[in-house]
Design a protein around this ligand. Sequence first.
Ligand code: NAD
Length: 434
Amino acid sequence: METITKELNSKTKNVLKRGMMDNVMEQFNRAANHINLHPSIRKILSITNNELVIHFPVKMDNGDVEIFKGYRVQHNNALGPYKGGLRYHPTVDIDAARALAMWMTWKTSLAGLPYGGGKGGIQLDPSKYSQGELERITRRFTFALADNIGPEHDIPAPDLNTNSQTMAWIADTYMSTRPPAERSANQHVVTGKPVESGGLEGRDRATGFGVYLNIKFWLNSKNETLKGKRFIVQGFGNVGYWAAYFLEQEGAKLVAVQDVFGSLYNPEGIQIENLYNYSKSNKGNIAGFPNASIIAKDDFFGVDCDICIPAALGNQITKESAPKIKARLVAEGANGPTDVGGEKILLSKGITIIPDILCNSGGVIASYFEWLQNRSGEMWHMEEVMDKLEKKLKNSFDKIHEYAQKEGIDMRTAAYCIAITRIEKAYVQRGIFP
Ligand code: NAD
């Protein structure tokens, strides 16, 4: 199996890293200008509160010791504890962690949650390590993070290449380092845990469900339905798979899909469960799936379709790829998939973008439900979770859609304006200590 590192030759690596922070700051400043944000609050929100870079040693299966580099950036906690994922990927660095932490601040504020924003991860290619090594890397990183995370302080969750198993290791390590009588009270140090270990029913599908709902809400606002709509998905992991799953259930058709290993195309539609089962039996790799043809990586975004869902990495829709896009709607499953140059082109072509901070917010909303469930010792059921999630997302979508129309601005700027205004109000009410 080709490793991700091999895939990411140095040229691609630079493209992925390009200006994540520049993008988020340009988006922020555009909205801050629109709402005439108080200059002191603009200063506060333009920088991160805390940045942690940790080097830590781990013993490998062959007895060697390897040193890893982990990050945790805490952007802002005016509305509550820092909240945001941990990703394991070679592109994790301080620039990416800062940008992703800022996006989390806007996302949690927009969703009306009592959280701030944080993000982090480890710079590594997980496909190079055994399960035992990944467990030791995760536990040692958690130990090194120590009290810089905590259930009422900073609450990580899954992201790229991390999952419920990763969260179970973090929760167990963190709880094991507390005094015995306090252990259970610390279960909500992470969300996205397996259901048996304090996780929430439905958390696994929440982000993809939210992507699907946002697409549906947008179509409904135009008196259209999903039936017969053609969509393409970049990334067939947690977000991409579940978004595709729910879209297919309502009659939409997956005509192209891309993962790190390859790109597939079938104008008649690719069946989601067949592709999922194939990729499961093929170490998460979709390449070689029999009922579709292989297309070149660079042809993926140019496939004729109605809806395009980037659900992999940042900076994928750029000045180079945006002109090829034929979809009417880009629904951002990933964080930061469209850079500023790509966005200008999409908007000038009249393509609507449902921005990441709204489109993929189903994940953090479900994380909040899991946190509440752990705090109060309750067990919620799937229908209850999905129902509450849908109501919250509908509320966010309607607010942004209306504001964008009223102000004559795009949905991303509208989402930022609403998110930043909420934080501004909190600062104005409380003032600055001392
Ligand atoms: P995942 O690890 O489950 O899946 C990632 C997918 O992207 C895999 O199919 C992988 O092969 C593919 N991929 C990786 N590099 C690629 C490349 N260069 N080209 C094409 N495909 C590539 O990750 P996930 O949890 O689905 O997260 C995907 C995105 O969604 C990330 O940007 C993440 O920050 C964002 N997100 C995730 C959640 C969540 O709850 N998991 C919530 C909000 C946002």
